[in-house]
Design a protein around this ligand. Sequence first.
Ligand code: 13P
Length: 252
Amino acid sequence: MSSKSTLFVANWKMNGTPSDLKEINKVADFLKKKFNKFLKIVIYCPPIPLLTYFSKKKLSSSIKFGAQNVSSTNIDYGAKTGSLSPKLLQKCGAEYVIIGHSERRFKGESFSEIKKKINTSLNSNLKIILCIGETFKQKKNNKSLAILKMQITKSLSMHQNLSNVIVAYEPIWSIGTGVVADQAYLNKIFNFLNIFLKKKYKIRNPKILYGGSVNHSNIKDLRLIYHCSGYLVGGASLKAKNFIEIIVNYYN
Ligand code: 13P
């Protein structure tokens, strides 16, 4: 339900160029001037070269940055060609990191790697956004809850400080398709996740995001999902106009 501290996370995936700083500037201006009655948190997760460049600019205290991937090794620096040190990500401006996105899992990222990535990130005080979600076939076969439970169980360790964990529920069949599940289905999923994270992992107030084809018109329905702390937005986060419309329609 509508909350004053709802998170709006922009996953730019492999999109954007340095000149898109203007898009983030527009969102920063909007947050400062037009919308100051709410505590808004917008988290931009652009590709790494842009993260480093954008985060150096003085924007707005409501705008935070995150990465889209991190190394699974438990060393901060070393002979790991192509790997992303969590410590370096922080120095480059990241406070958050997206882990386990289905687009990476399709490319072979395993849950044991995801678990290691979560460990190294939490040890470096990065907040993590763990992506989970079922395929259409799994949904059709009534397997969604079992799949989500399995994905969380394989990713999170009990002994960690889980207050820095955000779970993003992204049904795979909704990503980039324009198709969004109905309200009853989403409420069932979020209710399950909320109870599961509370009971099994003792997370007092689990933060659970929705992701998958979020746009300025469906946000009016998506804002009604129970226990939803915010949104992970792909395509509609690239242009400031679309992203701002999502935030405006969420609150109006
Ligand atoms: P779209 O909003 O483009 O469907 O992408 C969702 C997503 O994958 C965010 O992580």
